[in-house]
Design a protein around this ligand. Structure first.
Ligand code: DAH
Length: 344
């Protein structure tokens, strides 16, 4: 009797169940801690022994039936919810796909890659150095001991007494020579960021240099000249001429400054070259014997040449950039202009 009632009631109540939440609540009133079916089980102890068997059977049946009803309804609700979801989320396959953001290669990266390709084709290795380096590597081992007046010409960012943001890529020379334990001949270039206290349309506190170093037997100024002429012509065009002027750097002897035909006017004279027809692009020279010696190379056996252009200017010329600071502000609108298709 009770059994029929229970099932009948349950069926009535199940009709009102709308979702999983209702279902869970209803389930608790039947099968929960003090639910209807649970209470029936607790009554077992009041049942006389001879009826216990019958009552147990009844209990199992009712539990099974109630549980099945709940399980069936849960399955139904799951199915209904899935159908609703599928109806809601109709995919319109005719919609245009979402546009992918296309990056572009930074003009400085292009110039660096072009130069790396050129030097690698001449047998050079590309090396990297840290942007924070020691006073020893940036100055002392480049023949600029503490107190040397030429240190003042590079208004430097010091982090403490020993460490600084490198003001040039020349410490790459020291690092490479020191790392070469056998002290064998070397041919390296080192592109990288350098830092000085400068800030105007043609000077940025951060800019790029491209250091070069060759060490070997019988390396001379003539090798340097040939290399730099090739470098200038490849990067700026075959018509480019190169002019060497005597100069001074503590780490080279002799030292020179190198000018190229003005890339704006082709040598006729304009505002960029201050009517001279020439633009200064780099410092270079024959490696000072002290520099070789301090990094463990025998200056009696080996000689070398080194050079260090600032290369932002090349990117400015090639891509028509008028303010060097734009190269470093990471403005997407500026960078988007250098999509490969537009430039090449
Ligand atoms: N390091 C120098 C500078 O930043 C440039 C330079 C000059 C590099 C002569 C060299 C060199 O390797 O031989 O002004």
């Amino acid at each position: 009797m009770e059994r029929e009632n229970i099932i009948e009631n349950l069926e009535k109540e199940l009709i009102n169940v709308k979702n999983k939440n209702d279902l869970a609540n209803l389930k608790a009133t039947y099968l929960g801690k003090s639910g209807i079916v649970t209470n029936l089980s607790l009554k077992m102890k009041e049942i006389p022994n001879e009826e216990k068997r019958e009552y147990g059977k009844f209990l199992n049946e009712i539990k099974e039936l109630v549980t099945k009803k709940f399980d069936d309804l849960l399955k139904e609700i799951d199915k209904r919810e899935l159908e609703e979801k599928l109806n809601r989320e109709k995919i319109d396959i005719t919609l245009p796909s979402r546009r992918k953001m296309k990056g572009s290669i930074h003009p400085m990266t292009r110039v660096v890659e072009e130069l790396e390709d050129l030097f690698v084709s001449m047998g050079y290795d590309v090396v990297n150095g840290p942007e924070i380096d020691t006073d020893l590597n940036c100055f002392t081992k480049l023949n600029l001991p503490a107190g040397h007046p030429a240190r003042d010409s590079q208004d430097t960012f010091y982090l403490d007494d020993d460490y600084l943001l490198r003001p040039h890529t020349s410490p790459a020379q020291v690092r490479t020579m020191e790392a070469n334990e056998e002290k064998t001949p070397l041919r390296i270039v080192c592109p990288g960021k350098v830092y000085r206290r400068d800030d105007d349309a043609t000077h940025s506190h951060q800019f790029m240099q491209f250091e070069g170093l060759v060490v070997g037997e019988d390396i001379s100024l003539a090798d340097l000249k040939g290399t730099l002429e090739l470098f200038a012509k490849k990067l700026l065009g075959e018509k480019t001429n190169v002019r060497f002027r005597p100069s001074y750097f503590p780490f080279t002897e002799p030292s020179c400054e190198v000018d190229v035909t003005c890339f704006k006017c082709g040598g006729k004279g304009c505002s960029l070259c201050k009517q001279t027809g020439w633009i200064e692009v780099l410092g270079a020279g024959v490696v000072h014997p002290n520099v070789l010696k301090m990094s463990g190379y025998d200056p009696e056996k080996y000689t070398g040449f080194a050079f260090g252009p600032g290369i932002d200017r090349f990117a400015m010329f090639k891509y028509g950039i008028t303010d060097i600071r734009q190269i470093y502000t990471n403005d997407i609108r500026f960078l988007e202009q250098f999509d490969r298709k537009d430039v090449e």
